[in-house]
Ligand binder design. Structure first.
Ligand code: SIN
Ligand code: FE2
Length: 201
């Protein structure tokens, strides 16, 4: 499958078909029953509009003590294992035998967004970040390595996968808005984004 290339981001449109998306959502239900979504707070005390959880060896969390990776959910429990379907996807698209350490789960309701940011809490940037979109479509903005540079946006739909590697690994990116009700995958609407990362702490 040939990706669409935008500013070094590789976008695989319709990478997961409808039945694979539904199977992945089923696996995620099991994960979220053990590690419930929480509404995180930034180090400055601002509530984020997305809700978050994670699977794998480490989860990315944020609270008054900062942005970081943690071996446990904020409730103290270990994160559940990473869904097999996302691990398979990682090994299909990324040329490495290394497993990712973290599958971050972001849930976007109607008014949720994600400001432009870089993914840079990992100990190593040699591996790409792999991002999976499920549910409602999202307007994804991609920039370069500097804040304030030129950006370009695409709509990510359910089943689309983005690889951020090479120059795009430390590029700014964010989600401006979600088109509520544009997908029927999640019965009550909303969007799930999964990001797989090697953390190597
Ligand atoms: C993120 O960069 O953390 C999320 C990207 C997305 O939701 O597509
Ligand atoms: Fe990100």
């Amino acid at each position: 499958m040939q990706p669409l290339r935008v500013r070094g981001f590789e976008i695989y449109k319709a990478c997961l078909d409808a039945s694979k998306q539904a199977a992945l959502v089923e696996e995620l239900r099991g994960v979220l029953a053990i590690a419930p979504l929480v509404r995180p707070v930034t180090p400055s005390g601002r509530e984020m509009s997305v809700r978050m959880s994670a699977a794998g060896r480490l989860g990315w969390i944020t609270d008054r003590n900062g942005y970081r990776y943690s071996k446990t959910h904020p409730n103290g429990a270990c994160w559940p294992p990473m869904p097999g379907a996302v691990l398979n996807l990682w090994h299909t698209l990324v040329d490495t035998c290394r497993d990712p350490d973290c599958c971050l789960i972001n849930w976007y309701g109607e008014d949720a967004r994600m400001g432009l940011h870089q993914d840079r809490d990992e100990g190593n940037f040699d591996w790409p970040v792999l991002s999976v979109s499920l549910g409602d479509a999202a307007l994804f903005r991609m920039g370069g390595p500097e804040r304030g540079g030129k950006t370009q946006s695409v709509w990510l739909e359910s089943g689309d996968v983005v690889l951020m590697g090479g120059a795009a690994r430390l590029a700014f990116h964010g989600v401006d808005r979600v088109r509520h009700g544009s997908s029927t995958l999640l019965p009550r609407g909303g969007r799930i984004n999964l990001t797989l990362r090697v953390v190597e702490l």
